[in-house]
Ligand binder design. Structure first.
Ligand code: ADP
Ligand code: GN1
Ligand code: MG
Length: 369
């Protein structure tokens, strides 16, 4: 996308200065993110995040934006209580709207860029993992008393594992891209564990696990850190905020913080589950998420297993369907991503007892039982 097009889109928004630089930013798999630098005639500079909302993924972009507006207003009402937290700031259009739909049918929004922060795709430092867990738990804490109505479900059944499994079987049955032959071991891997896919959902349906307001995309690069204190100061990527289970947020956070390898690592032998990072995640989460029930605490280990399993299923489905959902940068990247997730699942299966013991120890240390 060239600078003229970017300027044309930005023209609708009430930003300051003239565009002097625009560059693709971040490593998200869904939206297009562009970091924009502007300058005023007086030489003052500003930075913004211009994002195209992927409307093939988010079918109702206006509902996404309404959820985000309510979330940001609510978080802003609490900044005095949480002085370290940086809340995302939306730049509205000149008519006061929170996004634009261009004549080409593309949806765009602008945030102020949060300066002087770091984000990581992979971490090896338990203090950073502790902080990420604390940051996502604090986010859930702050959102817990959002006034009615219920948030929109911007992607229905987003973390419904039985639905994800059924969609995989359908993609395998149709095999539109003739790729099923490449993935028979992965299909077998999933099928041999299918009796576990509905476990959390069943507990939720029986009323044993409560619905909460959750972030639903708690991978480590959606948390921003202060480069000096290494404290988590902001949570971004708010598109999937909706009703969900706290356990999905915890499990997804472990998926990216406890894996020693990158998400697309082609050499699965280098995928290890780092139990020290798990301990840091449990400790940060339990220290901060004071609202958790005993049933939720009991399922933390299961959720750390479930999320890589479910997201592996989603990568595999996308591979079978022809790579239409997640951005890819080379032909079999979704398959590499799937294999990495499944290797992590396999590693986690050998650590179950240690993980339960860590959860029990941390729950006791943080006064949860
Ligand atoms: P995607 O949905 O494609 O993942 P994100 O909203 O997560 O898009 O943005 C991509 C990355 O850009 C994030 O992981 C984060 O590191 C960075 N980022 C996003 N918004 C901001 C912001 N306002 N300030 C600083 N960094 C940001
Ligand atoms: C996507 O948008 P991003 O890159 O933060 C995806 C998540 C997956 C993740 C896997 C809306 O997250 O659900 O867990 O990729 N987001 C959506 O890395 O599907
Ligand atoms: Mg993201």
């Amino acid at each position: 996308m060239n600078q003229n097009t970017i300027e044309e889109i930005l023209e609708s928004f009430a930003f300051q200065g003239k565009v002097v630089k625009a560059e693709p930013f971040g490593s998200g798999h869904i939206n297009d993110t562009i970091r924009v630098k502007t300058e005023t005639p007086g030489g003052e500079t500003f930075r913004y995040t211009l994002q195209r909302i992927n409307h093939a993924v988010f079918r109702q972009p206006q509902q996404v934006m309404d959820n985000i507006e309510r979330t940001l207003a609510h978080l802003n009402s609490k900044v005095e209580q949480f002085p370290d937290v940086k809340v995302l700031k939306l730049i509205h259009t000149k008519e006061g709207r929170n996004c634009v739909r261009t004549f080409a049918g593309k949806w765009w929004r602008v945030y102020e860029f949060i300066d002087n922060v770091e984000s990581y795709d992979n971490v090896r430092d338990p203090n950073v993992v502790y902080e990420a867990a604390r940051g996502f738990a604090q986010f859930q804490n702050m959102m817990a008393d959002l006034p009615a109505p219920r948030l929109y479900e911007t992607i229905p059944y987003f973390h419904c594992t039985p639905m994800r499994y059924a969609t995989l079987e359908e993609a395998a049955f149709l095999d539109l891209r003739n790729r099923l032959n490449d993935v028979m071991p992965e299909m077998e891997f999933v099928r041999s564990r299918r009796h576990l896919v509905a476990h959390l959902l069943n507990r939720y349906l029986r009323g044993q696990i409560p619905e909460r307001i959750t972030h639903n995309d708690t991978k480590i690069n959606n948390a921003l850190f202060d480069p000096t204190s290494k404290k988590c100061v902001a949570v971004v990527d708010l598109d999937t905020i909706m009703p969900g289970l706290a356990l999905y947020d915890f499990g997804d956070m472990c998926r990216t913080t406890c894996n020693t390898a990158d998400e697309s690592e082609p050499d699965t032998e280098s995928v290890q589950f780092d139990i020290k990072m798990f301990e840091a995640a449990v400790s940060g989460y339990l220290d901060t998420a004071r609202f958790l029930t005993q049933a939720e605490i009991q399922e933390l280990t299961f959720s750390a297993w479930l999320l890589p399993f479910m997201i592996g299923i989603r990568f595999l489905t996308d591979y079978l369907q022809g790579d239409t959902y997640f951005k890819t940068h080379y032909p079999k990247q979704n398959l590499d991503r799937c294999r990495t997730q499944f290797k992590l699942v396999e590693r986690i299966e050998t650590y179950r007892e240690e993980m339960h013991a860590i959860v029990q120890r941390c729950a006791k240390a943080t006064g949860h039982n």
